[in-house]
Ligand binder design. Structure first.
Ligand SMILES: [Zn+2]
Ligand SMILES: [Zn+2]
Length: 355
């Protein structure tokens, strides 16, 4: 089969590799689409402790069942599916509650296990046993389904925030994740939305294609003063930081109002992750600060439902569709901030895909 093999920072080669065999308990998926994640860009540029090259990365997968290993029940060949990324140990307290994403020994498709930038993907039996293979209903196309994973992560982040229809919501970061947070907040009828970024181009693109009440350049416009003046000095109800920037995290804690909820959705670089904030704010103003990491199966199901009902319009978020040969070009486009979601088409038979 054809695969994009990552062999170290800034090295990906498209080549023929052996198609994996399907052993008992496993599921082989023919991958039609695999979207590029911000993490894939970071793996490509700097490597990742859980990825040992040579390796196939990619975890935002949509395809169909090509083969079922012996003993696998509940699926049929040809069914459209996606795969939950995190695979837990299956034994710890968090795994027992279904939170495989938070298992201390969590492994993942496209990290430890080979991923989706290839014609076929083998789902390991541990993942099959954890019901990681999720059927895609007919009202969601395979192309749309390729953004279920990142959307499910945004849903995980927002599940902590309890966004209601009279809430004001500020989102830091106008990349694909920030945009998905914006669309989710709007689907929850947030009263006022602010999209903040330091890139004029990203803000301009967002403004042309999506709706927010205010698009603000966080570097230029005296952000804290501006948000306070736009909220009668009371600050926002919800702030979501969807960018890996300390300044944005610190700003979020300065624009948040009483009883406000803050999500640190994006991680910071591991050698530079200490921030400053006045902890009395949390205490006296009853502010809640949440982290969130990856997602679990129920949130994939929520994402499917939102895409299927078109409350989230996947095709607005997917800006590029490229063949597997152009994976590196896709990564470059994302790195330069010229795209929202870039999806890679991994298999040729176009006529089988409804799009
Ligand atoms: Zn992802
Ligand atoms: Zn576990």
């Amino acid at each position: 089969m054809k695969a994009a093999v990552y062999s170290g920072p800034e090295k990906i080669q498209i080549k023929e590799v052996a198609r994996p065999g399907c052993r008992p308990g496993e599921i082989l998926i023919k991958v039609y689409f695999c979207a590029i994640c911000g993490t894939d860009v970071r793996i490509y540029l700097h490597g990742h402790k859980k990825v040992t090259p040579p390796h196939i990365i990619g975890h935002e997968i949509a395809g169909e069942i090509a083969e079922l290993g012996e003993g696998v029940k509940g699926y049929q060949g040809g069914e459209h599916v996606t795969v939950v990324t995190s695979v837990g140990c299956g034994r710890c307290k968090l795994c027992k509650q279904g939170y495989y994403n938070l298992c201390p020994d969590s492994q993942a498709i496209g990290y430890k296990y080979p991923g989706g930038f290839a014609e076929y993907l083998l789902v390991p039996k541990e993942a099959v046993a954890q019901k990681a293979v999720l059927k895609i209903p007919e009202n969601v196309s395979l192309l749309e389904a390729s953004i279920i994973e990142p959307l499910s992560c945004c849903i995980n982040g927002q599940n902590y925030l309890n966004i209601k229809n009279d809430d004001s919501v500020a989102i830091f970061g106008a990349g694909p994740i920030g945009i998905m947070h914006l669309e989710l907040a709007r689907a929850k009828k947030a009263a006022k939305t602010f999209l903040i970024d330091i890139s004029e181009e990203k803000l301009k693109f967002a403004q042309e294609h999506f709706s927010a009440d205010y698009f603000i350049n966080g570097q230029k416009e005296g952000l804290i003063k501006k948000i306070l003046s736009l909220t009668n000095n009371s600050g926002v109800d919800v702030a979501i930081v969807a960018t890996s920037a300390k300044t944005a995290q610190e700003q979020a804690l300065k624009i948040i109002g009483r009883k406000g909820r803050v999500s640190f959705f994006a991680g910071l670089p591991k050698d530079d992750s200490i921030i400053n904030f006045d902890s009395n704010l949390l205490h006296y103003q009853e502010i809640s600060l949440f982290g969130s990491f990856a997602s679990y199966r129920e949130e994939y199901e929520e994402a499917l439902e939102l895409i299927g009902s078109r409350r989230i319009v996947a095709k607005k978020i997917i800006t590029h569709l490229l063949p597997l040969e152009k994976l590196e070009e896709g990564i470059k486009i994302i790195k330069e901030g010229r795209a929202l979601k870039v999806v890679i088409k991994c298999s040729e038979e176009e006529n089988e895909i409804k799009g």
